[in-house]
Design a protein. Structure first.
Length: 421
């Protein structure tokens, strides 16, 4: 047990082990570029290969790389500004706690201010969509280099700093999952920084740029569909940063190491594939009747209500179980001293936050109409991701809580969707 506490060895491999992770190392970038190329092609058919590939030069631009480096530099500078409170993370294996600046929302506000000033001064943000392909290449390359450096850095830290899941001894597997749990330079936490800032704020910025481009093309006004996609996804980004402290109790922070999976996901996958609906609408305009738009807004509001309610409830409970908003909820004691919620949102299904997230995903795809599959890629991918993630979390919770987790599963039999799954 003492050995396990200081030097966790990942015995149970996930994502198909070394072979599965090797395949994902190749597949994730291929899928990213396939989606971008398909989205900007006329037929926009997700299931067929593009008739001809653009020249290699279309994937590379020194300006795109410079722009991306400036963006990362700006977000890193804002991260370091001493504003907002500082929160403690979950206790680590060596019994210490890391401290995290909770200033993401302020950074978003400052970024919005700078972009607003830039636009007033003539910043041609509407031209950004032309650079998406080289920007995505630069982001993928940076994610790859960062993962390599993170992998090498992980050999300089004590065993207690390694992630329980990314320390198998297999190079490919550990490179993909991430060996070190919380890589830091001084107080700069690389994983925490990448989780919500450059990629998530970048996603909102790409959406805005695409909306401006659409407005330029159509007499100065964006379409209703584009407005809805932008508004819904902006709510999601703003919400994530407003509730930044809540990520300190999520799997990414408390369990997963920082490797290619999160670096590529945060820096390349999120901004360029999550903005596909807006990109799709730019090339394939859709008209939307007001009553339909109203129904979609209602669906989004329901999803958001569930998502936010569940995440806030669990985060509040984990941070302060005697908080009046959660003190009255029924719980199951566990041998670790932590309790499991068995009423409220977490008594409905075992991952109510995933249910809300999926409903929102559907709501922001629907404004794209039903003529193409591509805008629904996110819903399909996200369902697979969350079903797999739920399964991973269940196994981790079974390990952590044993019989108490089994009792929770008996009392709350459905995983994500009540009476269905
Ligand atoms: P969760 O926030 O769902 O955290 C899971 C942890 O919560 C468990 O390991 C356990 O940890 C604790 N927990 C589980 N059940 C209970 C219970 N009944 N009572 C108290 N605590 C419980 O995990 P994620 O990190 O996967 O998700 C966070 C949010 O991020 C979700 O809303 C998800 O949808 C979203 N997300 C979005 C993504 C995107 O790309 N848009 C990608 C991934 C996630 P412990 O007991 O140790 O506290």
């Amino acid at each position: 047990m003492a050995h396990q506490q200081t030097s966790p060895r990942s015995d149970e491999l996930e994502f198909g082990g070394p072979l599965g992770t090797a395949a994902m190392l190749l597949l994730l970038p291929v899928v990213l570029f396939h989606l971008l190329l398909t989205c900007h092609s006329g037929p926009c058919s997700l299931l067929s290969l593009p008739s001809e590939l653009p020249p290699a030069s279309a994937f590379w631009s020194p300006w795109a790389l410079l722009l991306l480096l400036l963006w990362l530099g700006l977000q890193a500078t804002l991260y370091l500004l001493p504003m907002g409170k500082v929160s403690e993370g979950r206790m680590l294996r060596d019994k210490s706690h890391l401290r995290y600046p909770i200033n993401g929302f302020r950074c978003l506000g400052l970024t919005a201010l700078l972009v607003g000033l830039g636009l007033a001064g003539g910043l041609p943000l509407g031209s950004l969509p032309e650079l998406l392909l080289p920007l995505a290449s630069a982001a993928a390359a940076i994610a790859f280099i960062l993962s390599l450096l993170l992998y090498l850095k992980s050999f300089t830290v004590p065993p207690s700093a390694l992630a329980p899941g990314g320390n198998s001894g297999n190079i490919v597997y550990d490179f993909f999952l991430g060996r070190e749990l919380n890589p830091r330079f001084g107080s700069f936490d690389l994983k925490y920084f990448c989780e919500l800032r450059p990629g998530m704020i970048g996603w909102a910025l790409i959406n805005l740029a695409v909306l401006l481009r659409e407005a330029e093309r159509h007499g100065g006004r964006p379409s209703l569909a584009m407005g809805l996609v932008n508004a819904f996804q902006l709510v999601y980004v703003v919400d994530a940063l407003w509730n930044e402290e809540a990520i300190l109790t999520t799997m990414d922070i408390i369990h997963d190491g920082f490797g290619f999976m999160l670096a590529f996901g945060d820096l390349a996958w999120v901004p360029f594939t999550y903005s596909l609906q807006a990109q799709f609408l730019l090339n394939h305009p859709q008209s939307l009747e007001l009553p339909v738009a109203g129904a979609i807004c209602l669906l989004f509001a329901i999803g958001y209500f569930i998502f936010r309610g569940a995440n806030t409830q669990k985060n509040t409970f984990r941070r302060n179980p005697s908080d009046p908003s959660v003190a009255g909820l029924e719980t199951i004691p566990t041998a670790t001293g932590r309790r499991l919620l068995v009423s409220g949102w977490w008594g409905m299904v075992r991952h109510p936050n995933y249910l809300g997230d999926l409903i929102m995903a559907l709501a922001w795809s629907l404004p794209c109409g039903v003529t193409h599959l591509l805008p629904y890629f996110y819903v399909v991918y996200f369902t697979i991701l969350l079903v797999h993630r739920e399964d991973r979390d269940e196994r981790q919770c079974l390990q952590k809580y044993g019989l108490a987790w089994r009792e929770y599963c008996t009392r709350v039999p459905y995983r994500i969707v009540p009476y269905i799954y």
